[in-house]
Design a protein around this ligand. Structure first.
Ligand SMILES: *Cc1c(COP(=O)(O)O)cnc(C)c1O
Ligand code: SF4
Length: 378
């Protein structure tokens, strides 16, 4: 490449190779800056009647709007408000219809923080929230308290205190790094967080929760992958909610993460009108399996404010599990989970296959509804 002179770029070129400086704007950041961030911008791409536009302006005063160009381009018909991509990213006046069960912090995370932005709910793993920012603000998000009006950012001091807590609590063997979306941080900061966490000997696994491969695959660039390659304890969990989201771009992002040696799993949210039927969920999980992304959880949509219109009955999740388990490969069946409010934690809810039991025998039901006795060894 030709070396440019007199453009101010030479200082950057003269940096030692591999060093990422604070001032440097990474290429993905330029792309990210083009995201749609307000209703006016949105109306250039999505036809909005005047009344709807006014209604959405009110909604976005309460719940921010942010949509990467890539994700917006996945909407097949911009007039179709029932499109599964549209519904996940474009605000709806229904967000202002709060139900009496809705909460700002449905999982009671703030109340159960061990240190600021560190939630230690289960004995051997802890959840570290590293930013409130996301590439896209999903309309169904459980943690919208972190970005709803103002983005919450943990300070370096918060992070240091959390790391100290993890060092002192040796029973913690897994750290879940989440937010917000951790990959909105600079590659340099991500590397520094991964190093600090991985350095703790008692931490055996580090998991990043991110939607970047799904909503902003440009983020999975070579520099980030080079960082991922350095951390053998790393796992990545993404959130695909509909088969439409599995595109050549998101597939390549997942594949590159896998090629960096990092297993990729998926956590979907059960969303009314988007994926709340067994056919769509099965197609999603089949496609995930075909790109080697393991379906891990299917979450009941939490009682978070602004998401009442997305929630289904819990029976819907059970019905989907019933129609998937045994009918398709076990490797593509997620676990349906309800996260109890106020910190009760995740509860797997599944169809019942154990009809009755005694010390001598159990009565079982198989996926095909055959009921049979099975000797219970003592
Ligand atoms: C979901 C969650 C975890 C991780 O739970 P897994 O069942 O291991 O996926 C850890 N801590 C908190 C607070 C969580 O909400
Ligand atoms: S990426 Fe995750 S944290 Fe961010 S808005 Fe979407 S669901 Fe919420």
């Amino acid at each position: 490449m030709e070396k440019e002179t007199g453009t101010g770029l030479s200082a950057e070129i003269d940096e030692p190779p591999g060093r990422i400086t604070q001032e440097r704007i990474e290429i993905w950041q330029e792309e990210d800056a083009l995201a749609v961030k307000n209703v006016e911008d949105l109306s250039k791409d999505i036809p909005l009647l005047k009344t709807r536009k006014e209604a959405l302006k009110k909604v976005t005063k309460f719940f921010h709007l942010r949509i990467p160009r890539y994700y917006l381009s996945l909407i097949k018909n911009v007039e179709n408000t029932k499109d599964p991509v549209y519904m996940q990213c474009i605000p709806s006046p229904s967000e202002m219809k709060f139900s009496e069960y809705d909460k700002m912090d449905p999982l009671g995370e703030v109340k159960t923080e061990a240190t600021r932005f560190l939630i230690h709910r289960y004995p051997d793993r802890a959840l570290l929230l590293v930013t409130g920012k996301c590439f896209m603000y999903c309309r169904h998000c459980t943690r919208k308290r972190l970005w709803r009006c103002q983005v919450a950012e943990p300070t370096l001091d918060d992070l240091e205190k959390s790391l100290e807590y993890v060092r002192e609590n040796e029973q913690i063997r897994e750290i879940v790094i989440s937010g917000g979306d951790p990959l909105t941080l600079s590659t340099e900061k991500i590397e520094s967080i991964l190093s600090s966490v991985s350095e703790i000997n008692t931490v055996e696994a580090v998991r990043i929760g991110t939607r970047a491969p799904v909503v902003f695959p440009e983020r999975i660039d070579e520099e980030l992958l080079a960082v991922f390659r350095k951390f053998p304890k790393l796992w990545i969990n993404v959130q695909f909610n509909h088969p439409i989201e599995i595109t050549p771009e998101s597939t390549e992002a997942c594949r590159n993460i896998q090629l960096a040696g990092v297993p990729v799993s998926n956590q979907s949210v059960l969303l009314k009108g988007i994926n709340d039927n067994a056919e769509v969920m099965t197609e999603l999980c089949h496609k995930l399996q075909s790109i080697r992304v393991r379906p891990y959880y299917l979450f009941q949509c939490d009682p978070v404010i602004g998401a009442a219109h997305f929630r289904t009955s819990i029976f819907k999740g059970v019905e989907i599990m019933e129609k998937m388990r045994g009918h398709t490969g076990g490797m593509c069946v997620p676990t349906f989970v309800v996260d109890g409010v106020d910190g009760k934690g995740k509860v797997p809810v599944s169809p019942n296959y154990l009809i009755s039991a005694s010390d001598k025998s159990v009565i079982l039901r198989n996926y095909d509804n055959e009921i049979f006795e099975y000797h219970n060894p003592t």
